[in-house]
Design a protein around this ligand. Sequence first.
Ligand code: GLN
Length: 394
Amino acid sequence: MTVARPSLSTKLEQFTESVIREMTRKALEHGAVNLSQGFPDFPAPAEIKRAAVEAIEADLNQYAITWGARSIRRALATKLEQDGVKIDPEREVTVTCGATEAMISTMLALINPGDEVVVFEPFYENYGPDAILSGATPRFVSLRPPDWRIDMAELEAAFNDRTKVVILNTPNNPTGKVFNDEELACIAGLCMRHNAVAVTDEIYEHLVYDHPDRPLSHRSMITLPGMRDRTVVINGMSKTYSVTGWRVGWAIAAEDITAAIRKVHDFLTVGAAAPLQEAGAMALALPRDYYDRLCSSYRERRDLLCGALEDAGFRVFVPDGAYYVMTDISGFGFADDLAFSDYLVKEVGVAVVPGSSFYSEPSRGAQQVRFAFCKRNETLREAGLRLQRLRAGG
Ligand code: GLN
C-alpha cells in the first residue's frame, strides 16, 4: 500500500536552491579555490572580535529587544546623521539576522497580492525568491554590458500603478555598477509618481573604486529629495566588517513601514544575536580611516584578479564597486555557463558562479560567469595560476 505524502508549497516550485551556496559546497568537494560565494577568507578585524568576546563574557547572552539592542540602533542613527539623514533609533530601525532577513521581512511587510516589484537584471539571486515568497510579480529592467547602462525608456515602462517596490542594489552585485546621480534621480521620480517604495540594498556601500577621470561615490536613495519616507535602507555588518557568518543586518525606514517590518521580523526570528549586536555598535563607531583602508585593499584585489582574468582570456567587465567581477566567457567555446563552471571547478580547480543565476531568463547569462575577489592576495594569485590552464587549452 502506498502511503500518501503531504504536498509541498507550490511557491517553492518556482525557484531552485541557491546556486551561489551550492558552488561553495562544490568548491569544498573538489578542493577548488573558492571565488564563488562572496565571503572573505581573511580574518575579521581584531577589535570587532574582541568586542563580541567581551559582550559574551559580560553575559549579554539573552534576547536583545526584538527590533535590536539600543546600542546598535543609536550607533546607526549616528552613522546616518553623518550622511545627512536624521532618523529616530526608537522608531525607524530594525536589526535583523543579516541583510537577507531585512530584505525578506521588508518585502513581506509591503507586498499584497497583485503588487509588482521592479528589479534590475542581472540581480543578486535572492531577490527572485524574495519576490515569490512575498507574492509579488517581478518586472525586470536590464543593465546592459559593458558598462551596465540603463535604458531610461525601459525603466519608465517597468513602472505602473501596480508597482509597489523597486529593489535597488548599489554598489551592485553581480555587476559592480555604482548607480549615478542621474539614474538615482530618475528612479526617485518614478517612485514618487507611482507611489512606490525604494528598497535599497547598500551592503557594499564602502566599496566604491574611484576612477581618475570619473569621480565616484556611493549615494543612498534616502538622501534624495522626497525619498526620506519612501526608502527602506538595507545594510549589515557582513561585508563592511568581514563577518558574513555573524548575520547582523538592519532595515531603516519611516515609522509606519518600520512598524510593519518589526512585526514580520519578530515572528520570523525574534532577533539577531545579542552579543554580536554590541560588537556592531562598536564597529559602527570606527574612524574614517578603517573604511579607507578597507576600500584600498579591495581595490588592490580587484586589480589583481582582473589582470589575471584578462591574461587567462576572459573578457572582463571591470567593476566600479562591490567585490565581484562579471566576465564574458564566449572566447572559450563552451556550450553555456553551467558547462564552463563545472569544468572550472572540476578540472581547473576554481569555483565561480554561473551567470544564469543572476537572470530571470537563463540564456541571458549563458556566456557569463561571476568571480568574487573578497579573498587574500595569495588566494587570488593561486586562482590566476590555475586559470592559465584555460589558455593552454585544458
Ligand atoms: N552576497 C554573497 C554573494 O553574492 C552571498 C550571500 C549569501 O550567500 N548569503 O555571493
